[in-house]
Design a protein around this ligand. Sequence first.
Ligand SMILES: Nc1ncnc2c1ncn2[C@@H]1O[C@H](COP(=O)(O)OP(=O)(O)O)[C@@H](O)[C@H]1O
Ligand SMILES: N[C@@H](CCC(=O)OP(=O)(O)O)C(=O)O
Length: 392
Amino acid sequence: MTSDVQHSSASHRENISANRARLVSGRRWIIKIGSALLTNDGKDLNAEGMRTWVRQIVNLKQQGVEPVIVSSGAIAFGMTRLGWKERPSAMHELQVAAAVGQMGLSQAWQAAFAEHGIETAQVLLTHADLSNRQRYLNARSALTTMLDLGVIPVINENDTVVTDEIRFGDNDTLGALVANLLEADTLILLTDQDGLFTADPRSNPSAALVDERKASDEALDAMAGGADSKGSLGRGGMFTKLRAARLAARSGANTIIVGGKIPQVIDRLHEGETLGTLLLPDESRTVARKRWLAGHLQMSGRLTIDAGAVKALRESGSSLLPVGVREVEGDFKRGEVVACVDEQGNEVARGLVNFSSADIKKVRGLTSQRVRDILGAMVEPELVHRDNLVLC
Ligand SMILES: Nc1ncnc2c1ncn2[C@@H]1O[C@H](COP(=O)(O)OP(=O)(O)O)[C@@H](O)[C@H]1O
Ligand SMILES: N[C@@H](CCC(=O)OP(=O)(O)O)C(=O)O
C-alpha cells in the first residue's frame, strides 16, 4: 500500500462512514455500467450479470430511490453480433456496430426488468440534447416524467448519429451530465475493477484501492493515467471516470467507482458499506447546485413577481407559477434563464423558464387551470421549476 491510501486514522474512518451513510439517504442514483462488464469482456451479453444488477436496482426502487441506468455496451455487443473481433476505427463501422448492439441491449434490459413487472424506456442522447437549453429542458422533463411514472430510463449515447467532433465519446461523461441534468445525489460507475487504484492494476498488481477522496484532489490524476489508460472495449478507462466525478461534483453529486462483479454491490453501497472509491464534491449539494446553475447560465429576461410569489419562493422553496407573475421583460424562449425580481426591482431568484416570454405575457397572473385552457394541457404547471431555480 502506498502512503496515499494508508491514512486510516480513526477520524478518517469516521469521515468515511459519515459520507457513506449520506449516500443511503440519496434520492436519485445514476448507475452507469461499462462495456466490459455488460459484455463479459466482449464475449456476449452478460445476461446473468444484468439479472443481478436488475434485482438490486429493483431493491433500490422499492426503498424509494429513483434509479436511472446509463448502459454502455452497444458497440461491444454489436461487434459480437457481427462477428467482428477487433473494434473498428472507421466511424461508419462503429455506428453500425452501435445500431446492431443497441437493439439487443435494450431488449435485454427490457426483459430483465419485465421479470419484476417494471417498465424501462430507451433514451438515446446526443451532445446537442444537453448543450441546447430547450432540448436540455425537454430531456429533463421527459426523464423526470418517466421517474414519476415508475419507469426506469436506460440511457446511452446515440452513437449512430454522432460524429467524432460532437460525441460525448464515453458514457462516464454522459453519466455525469445526466447526474447534472437530473440533479442526482449519486453517480455509480460500475466497472471491471474494484475501484480506482493507485495505478492500473492490470499492469501494477501491487496497486492499492483508493477508498475516498475529494473529486477535485489533483493527486488522483496521476493514478488514473491519461486518456490512453482505457480498457480495450470501452473508451474511457479511469481518466474519464475521474473527469466524470469532477463534472458530477459541479452539481453536488457523489461519485462511486466500483466493481460491478462484487456480490450485491448496489445493495451493499445502499447500506453504506465501504466499497469502491467514493469521490466527493467540494461543496454541499445545494451550494454546488446553486453555483452550477448561476455560473452555467446567462440571463435572457426578467420577470417581476408579486409579494406572494416572493414569499413562496423564499420561505416554502416552491416553484414559480404563472399566477405570481406581474411583468415580463425581454424576448426569450422556453429553456432560457430569467431573473425574478420583486415589485421594488430587487432580484429574488434566477432560473430556467418553461415558457417563452410571448406565452408568459398571455398567462401572467392566471391560475394553472386558466393557463392550461389558454396554452393547452401539455404545458408544465410551473413557470420555473424549483429544481431549476436559484434564490439570490
Ligand atoms: N488507476 C487505475 N485503477 C483502476 N483501473 C485502471 C486504472 N488506470 C487504468 N485502469 C483501467 O481502466 C479499465 C476500466 O476502464 P474501461 O475499460 O473504460 O471500463 P468501463 O468499460 O467499465 O467504462 C480497467 O480495466 C483498468 O485496466
Ligand atoms: N455508447 C458506447 C459506450 C462507450 C463507452 O463509454 O464505453 P465504456 O467506457 O465501457 O462505458 C456504447 O454503447 O458502446
